[in-house]
Design a binder for this molecule. Structure first.
Ligand code: GDP
Ligand code: IMO
Ligand code: MG
Length: 425
């Protein structure tokens, strides 16, 4: 398979974990390039459901190499717990899971600051973060005070950490929150460092060597385009470049080594956390989508907000990521809907928008312009060929591709590997 970046095209939880697991069959290496354990990627194999936060979703294909790239922020304690969970399920990661020595370390003070800032924000301004310390960890990285895995394994680790703890406790005091205990962190992280050490590698060289040898790489995006710190619904976003561009800076692979981009997109829309969501349904249909789609956050367990497919968002995601193919998921969740709606544009203050406006307050006031299509009211979850889909379902999928100008690469009609129609991927 050509070197492929896979991104989320909406507000996250599009089903990236499932699609990565399916596509991993045809690649040599799977690389996470941004985000941290705010991500929750679900892989269903047989009757077992696995939720991954930091470990790439290719890990269940036993001969594949998995890499956590330099662009990811990693809580080593959480990582070791997650690895333990994977190993308890009989999956051996030794010699095939690596963490970048350039990846930044998430510390307890990052989580404490994340939570304290959220608590300080007034209603309507809260981001609804996962409280995993992601924003403050990326903040330290950009402020050039972050500690990386290379530092974690260095003998001067405690000394460097001390400065950061002092500064963090100053911030926490300013936010009216409890301080963190330096000695406890040193002990906990020394222990984690000893356990994580065998996995730490110069992944920039590791991945580029694989590229030079002609191996195929699958870059696993986390979150989604509308949560991208530059292109998303700022400030209701995460703190990294979730889009295809992030794959280069988050791994050290040059842009011309990447052959194509796959956008994972739900056949409707969900969002977890706060912030604008033009096609949100606060009615019985929204509740039905949540129920049929089991729309609860894989990381925090929060109910996800549900709404109609937003073609304005999808077109925008296709543009900023250069999406070549859609991997469209969860079509089966719409099986019980009589009429399906697609937002083709927005209106705000008498103005029509064909693309996502930059200003969050404008996006929040936008009302969708809908196009309606008949539902199919038939079960699609057992379909294995496009020709066997109900005609109305096929028409809906074709229309989504037509409006967004992107070809269908893969269609998913259920959480497991079998419920996948590989059209062009
Ligand atoms: P990710 O963050 O993009 O990896 O997505 P999540 O794992 O957070 O959420 C997607 C959810 O939908 C998971 O529970 C998946 O098992 C499930 N899922 C994925 N594809 C499909 C599908 O085609 N149909 C149904 N019904 N569920 C799916
Ligand atoms: P995956 O990879 C859905 C959301 C949070 C919050 C905002 C900022 O599973 O698709 P953060 O903790 O990152 O500072 O929170 O981003 N968020 C996600 N929403 N899926 C995710 O990841 C998310 N990761 C973060 O709910 O609104
Ligand atoms: Mg998720």
């Amino acid at each position: 398979m050509p070197n492929t970046v896979l991104i989320g095209a909406q507000w996250g939880d599009e089903g990236k974990g499932k699609v990565i697991d399916v596509l991993t069959e045809d690649v040599d290496m799977v690389v996470r390039y941004q985000g941290g354990n705010n991500a929750g990627h679900t892989v269903k194999i047989g009757d077992d459901t696995h939720v991954l936060h930091l470990v790439p979703s290719g890990i269940f294909r036993k001969d594949k190499v998995c890499v956590i790239g330099n662009g990811v922020v990693v809580d080593p304690v959480a990582l070791m717990e997650e690895i333990q969970g994977v190993q308890d399920k009989g999956v051996d990661v030794a010699g095939r899971l690596f963490v970048s020595d350039r990846a930044h370390v998430v510390f307890p003070y990052h989580r404490a600051i994340d939570a304290a800032r959220e608590a300080m924000r007034s209603e309507g301004r809260k981001i609804g973060t996962t409280k995993r310390g992601i924003g403050p960890a990326y903040g330290d990285k950009v402020s050039r005070i972050g500690l990386r895995f290379a530092d974690l394994l260095d003998e001067r680790f405690a000394e460097r950490l001390s400065l950061n703890v002092r500064e963090a406790n100053g911030i926490l005091a300013g936010l009216g929150a409890d301080s963190v205990n330096e000695r406890e962190i040193v002990e906990q992280y020394r222990d984690a460092a000893a356990r994580v050490a065998p996995l730490v590698a110069d992944t920039v060289v590791l991945i580029n060597r694989a590229v030079s040898e002609g191996k195929s790489i699958l870059f696993e995006g986390a979150q989604g385009t509308m949560l991208d710190v530059d292109f998303g619904s700022y400030p209701f976003v995460t703190s990294s470049n979730t889009g295809a561009g992030g794959a280069c800076s988050g791994t050290g692979v040059a842009p011309h080594r990447i052959d194509r981009v796959v956008g994972v997109i739900k056949a409707y829309t969900t969002r977890v956390g706060e912030g604008p969501f033009p096609t949100e349904l606060r009615d019985e249909i929204g509740a039905l989508l949540g129920r049929e789609g089991h729309e609860f956050g894989a990381t925090t367990g929060r109910p996800r907000r549900c709404g109609w497919f937003d073609a304005v968002v999808a077109r925008y995601a296709a543009m900023v990521n250069g999406v070549d193919f859609w991997a469209m998921t969860k079509l089966d969740v719409l099986d019980h809907v009589e009429t399906v709606r697609i937002a083709v544009a927005y209106e705000c203050d008498g103005k029509r928008y064909e693309t996502v406006p930059a200003h969050g307050d404008v996006l929040a006031r936008c009302t969708p312009v809908y196009e309606d299509m008949p539902g199919w009211l038939e079960t699609t979850s057992s379909v294995t060929r496009m020709d066997d889909l109900p005609a109305a379902a096929r028409a809906y999928v074709n229309r989504l591709c037509e409006i967004t100008g992107v070809k269908l690469g893969l269609l998913s009609v259920g959480p497991s590997r079998d419920s996948t129609l590989r059209v062009e991927l």
